[in-house]
Design a protein around this ligand. Structure first.
Ligand code: PMV
Length: 351
């Protein structure tokens, strides 16, 4: 069918039909240079650019079906009806898609994560990347990956990067008062990297939902932490050195930059008022274990997001040794080994 051919660089409407549906899959990503802090809350524009690796574990699958009989969207998250903030975020995102598509039909959304939601394991990244792919297809839109990344960003900043596989950079874009120009300049794209043979050993020390949402924690850090601006300034330099390290395939340099960038982000949160502290005693036990691994000659580097869980970057060949050391250091942790994964994709669509 001609209308089903993806149009590169354009945004095209397919023939609208009743009850179109689409199923999409996306993986989470872990930032090696972090995104922390929005300069525009409505458009989800970050203070700094960030860089991540998309994983090959913990996918989210999302099914969207347009339903002419509905007067409001119906959202199911991991088998249960979504409520409050989660429902509001999905509905607001669908509004955006409807606005672009010029359609007002409500939708049924059914989404499942294979990882704990809201525990600093990037479920919002895979969640909104999968929703962006499924919802645009269901509403008859064909978006270029750049436009899809911009759209996913509006659901959750980190989702802009999960549109792509492997390493991706999310550009903060230009600081301008012109909203449209600022929106257009902030998207993710793949980053060239030599073969690093990387693995991320994920230590889930606590899969409970975080006490402070990343949204609120970012707000507080930007508004009150005297360490936020110095971290943001250092982060801009981290991005440049990280890109160079990726290009020459220098895992030790990539890991070193990632570790200091993450520790700096957490230091900025700790200096917020009131302090935001995601790190737990188990987190520290894993950080100590990683330091010991390095003393023993293993290239292993830590990074932590908005939660107590630790992701350890190492060579794939060392991943089992690192995982075993982490299990000994934090016996109650569940440990997974992840590699670079694919970008978000459409699994099927129908009417
Ligand atoms: O998932 P979001 O878009 O609310 O942002 C979370 C940000 C971190 O995971 C802490 C860092 C990052 O760049 O992914």
């Amino acid at each position: 069918m001609r209308g089903d051919t993806p149009a590169v660089g354009t945004l095209r409407l397919l023939t609208p039909g009743p009850g179109r549906s689409a199923l999409a899959l996306a993986h989470p990503n872990i930032a090696l240079v972090k995104y922390w802090g929005k300069r525009d809350e409505r458009l989800v524009l970050p203070w700094t650019s960030s860089l991540s690796m998309t994983l090959d574990v913990f996918p989210t699958t999302t099914w969207v079906r347009l339903d002419p009989s509905l007067t409001r969207d119906r959202v199911t998250l991991n088998g249960a009806p979504a409520t409050d903030e989660a429902l509001h975020r999905v509905t607001a995102f669908l509004e955006l898609v409807r606005e672009i598509a010029g359609r007002d039909r409500r939708a049924v959304v059914d989404t499942s994560n294979t990882v704990a939601t809201g525990a600093g394991l990037a479920s919002s990244a895979s969640g909104f990347a999968a929703l962006a792919v499924a919802a645009t297809a269901a509403y008859g839109l064909r978006l270029h990956p750049t436009a899809l990344s911009r759209l996913a960003r509006r659901g959750s900043g980190s989702a802009s990067r999960s549109v792509f596989g492997g390493f991706a950079v999310w550009h903060a874009g230009r600081d301008t008062d012109a909203a449209e120009e600022a929106d257009l300049a902030s998207y993710a794209e793949p980053v060239p990297a030599a073969d690093l043979d990387p693995a991320l050993v994920v230590a889930v020390v606590d899969s409970g939902a975080k006490a402070v949402s990343s949204r609120e924690a970012m707000r507080r850090t930007v508004a009150t932490s005297p360490l936020f601006r110095p971290w943001a300034a250092a982060s801009r330099g981290d991005l440049d050195t990280m890109r160079a390290a990726l290009q020459r395939g220098d895992l030790a340099a990539v890991g070193d930059i990632a570790e200091r960038n993450a520790l700096g982000m957490h230091a900025a949160m700790l200096a917020a008022r009131p302090a935001v502290r995601y790190l737990s005693p188990d987190t520290i036990a894993v950080l100590d274990c990683v330091l010991q691994l390095r003393r023993d000659g293993v290239a292993a580097y830590s990074t932590m997001d908005a939660g107590p869980n630790v992701k350890v970057l190492c060579h794939r060949a060392d991943a089992e040794q690192v995982a075993e050391a982490v299990r000994v250091a934090a016996p109650q942790a569940t440990v997974f080994v992840a590699g670079p994964g694919p970008g978000a994709r459409l699994l099927s669509e129908g009417s």
